[in-house]
Design a protein around this ligand. Sequence first.
Ligand SMILES: CC(C)(COP(=O)(O)OP(=O)(O)OC[C@H]1O[C@@H](n2cnc3c(N)ncnc32)[C@H](O)[C@@H]1OP(=O)(O)O)[C@@H](O)C(=O)NCCC(=O)NCCS
Length: 218
Amino acid sequence: MAKLTVRPTVAADIPALLELQRRVYPTIAPWTPEHMLHQIEVFPPGQMVALYGERVVGGASALMVLWDDWADEHTWQQITASGTFDNHNPQGRTLYGAEIFVDPRLRGQRVGHALYEARRTLCRRANLRRIIACGRLPGYAAHAQRMDVEEYVRRVLWGDLHDPVLGFQLKEGFRCCGVTRGYLPQDAASDGHASLIVWINPHFDPERPTRLAQGEHP
Ligand SMILES: CC(C)(COP(=O)(O)OP(=O)(O)OC[C@H]1O[C@@H](n2cnc3c(N)ncnc32)[C@H](O)[C@@H]1OP(=O)(O)O)[C@@H](O)C(=O)NCCC(=O)NCCS
């Protein structure tokens, strides 16, 4: 059986990643090839592809930010500079997860886990403080008539409701620390909202600079 691997994305992966993104999000416009190429140029180690053998089965994209610049509020468009990652800041100590997706035919087979583990490894190697992301809440729209999004998230955290994305992220050791309303308005399943989630790097050493700030790519 083919082995699951994760490696940095290269330009040749872009057509397969875009095709997969179109299948994962049939109602949301995919990135353009130019955006993906630019993301690779701006921050190569943050762009990851998962493969079974040679077959592309998932992708994850991230940039670095100074979290204080964005903590009060932000939308997906703002923090990713409309998907270009022009806001990438190597002086930051926060890895910001902009996207993760797995082939719908291979869900539940630990592809998402492998991509998240690769992000955690990058965080440890580069001596970054944490990973932050705004996660989709695709279970919310079905409940939106009965409760606001904050109550929905609380009920997922309490274990009363199931959310396919937040459930995965909690299982992966992320903590939910809030809700970002209007994060991605075109995400109808989440009613445009997102959870704010964080994973703290237990090995972070504030006395040492990040390796990325020194121009290294671990
Ligand atoms: C969210 C997503 C990336 C998860 O990927 P996946 O490959 O199916 O997840 P994995 O199989 O790696 O799951 C890892 C662990 O989380 C668990 N898990 C997955 N979904 C879960 C859920 N909804 N609730 C609880 N646990 C869950 C798995 O059982 C597994 O547990 P294990 O460690 O005991 O084996 C995938 O469903 C996806 O691509 N969704 C659509 C795109 C999307 O919305 N992305 C999020 C953008 S914010």
